[in-house]
Design a protein around this ligand. Structure first.
Ligand code: NAD
Length: 363
């Protein structure tokens, strides 16, 4: 296959971790006989320095012409970097909001899985952690409370703030279809999370999800109220496969799910639109405190690249090869500083990449 990938290395540890992910992708291409054309683009602080804006229209057009975007992270130290003296629409994060909007990325995917080798980092009780978990948090990204009408006004002499939570059936249907499609590539279970005992938007959510489910007879669907889901995530995370939910519930629950894995440096993510196009990036930020030291954990970005192969290019075997190589790397006791524990072998960012590539070649 011939793949066209826009690469945005970004700021902080972005260039280090994305370089590792590109090397891993190149090794996969060599092993499985594919080719990749990379188009490197600027976004974030590095784009501000070079062009005066966090993302140029030209970079957006180039990204749109590719099959997928592989992103590192953007931004600097928000207290000391001169980028944060600029007006909000010219700061690094404005580039991220712009590209998400321009690419129509409405579905956010965040896998949260606990590797048995990293059980010790999980903050849950040992008896829960040892069962492990492997779930995909799927959050609607462009609707709901964060995008509804809002105002603050005085009503009958009392200051009152109003936010509106709106979803239409089309917005719900398209994310539900994505959720079921993803479940078909996994353990074929969807937990749809809502607050249908109170909210109209949730009752519509539940109705449309039930309709979409009819097209996926192999997938088991369950509905769960959001308050119960927040409890179940810490009580019995092993029960979840795909967790499908709206914007605000997903914002909160996906952070909770990340937290119980114990390491930000291991967490991949993807944002998808209605086509196969996606933007793939680590869940963490640009970690300016460790940038340039070759000590960042590149695995979140490497696993994001694996998600790209699976969800944009349907290359499941190749994605499996990357994920398996990461497992072998952990099995052999290699650790970057963020997940280091007693008796393990400490490695840096580029060394971690070289080891993962060795495992890809061997397996
Ligand atoms: P952060 O995720 O960058 O860092 C939090 C902590 O986690 C730091 O101690 C950091 O060293 C560590 N860490 C993060 N990724 C790591 C990795 N791969 N390996 C080892 N350690 C890692 O969050 P922050 O400090 O709140 O934000 C720093 C900058 O990143 C800010 O400018 C913020 O706006 C930006 N940010 C960008 C994105 C993005 O690009 N999508 C997301 C979140 C934050």
């Amino acid at each position: 296959m011939n793949m066209n990938i826009a690469v945005i290395k970004g700021d902080g540890i972005g260039p280090e971790v994305v370089t590792v992910a590109m090397n891993v992708l190149d090794a996969i291409c060599e092993k499985f006989g594919h080719t990749i054309h990379y188009e490197q683009l600027l976004m974030g602080g590095c784009s501000i320095d070079a062009t005066g804006v966090p993302l140029t229209d030209e970079a957006v057009s180039k990204a749109k012409a590719m099959d997928a975007v592989l992103l590192g992270s953007i931004g600097g130290n928000t207290s000391t970097s001169p980028w944060y003296k600029l007006p909000p629409n010219l700061r690094p994060e404005a580039g991220l909001l712009k590209i998400r909007k321009e690419l129509g990325l409405f579905a956010n995917l965040r896998p949260a899985n606990l590797y048995p080798q990293l059980n010790g980092a999980c903050p849950l009780k040992e008896e829960i952690a040892k069962r492990g978990f492997d779930m995909m948090m799927m959050r609607e990204l462009t609707g709901g409370l964060y995008f509804g009408e809002r105002r603050t006004e005085e009503i009958d002499g009392v200051m009152t703030a109003i936010d509106t939570l709106t979803y239409n059936e089309n917005e719900i249907r398209r994310i539900a279809i994505k959720g079921f499609d993803i479940a078909m590539k996994r353990r074929k279970k969807v937990t749809s999370v809502d607050k249908a005992n109170v909210l109209d938007s949730s009752r519509l959510w539940r109705k449309i999800v039930n309709e979409v489910a009819l097209d996926y007879p192999e997938v088991t669907l369950e509905h769960m109220l959001v308050d119960n889901c927040a409890m179940q995530l810490v009580k019995d995370p092993a029960q979840f496969d795909v967790v499908l939910t709206e914007n605000m519930f997903g914002d909160i629950l996906s952070d909770e799910a990340s937290m119980i894995t114990g390491s930000i440096g291991m967490l991949a993510s993807a944002s998808l639109n209605e086509t196969k196009f996606g933007m793939y990036e680590p869940s963490g930020g640009s970690a300016p405190d460790i940038a340039g030291l070759d000590i960042a954990n590149p695995i979140a970005t490497v696993l994001s690249a694996a998600m790209m192969l699976r969800y944009t290019f349907d290359l499941d075997r190749e994605a499996d090869a990357i994920e398996q190589a990461v497992v072998s790397y952990l099995d052999k006791g290699y650790r970057t500083g963020d997940i280091m524990s007693e008796g393990m072998k400490k490695v840096g960012c580029s060394e971690c990449g070289r080891l993962i590539i060795d495992f890809i070649k061997k397996e």
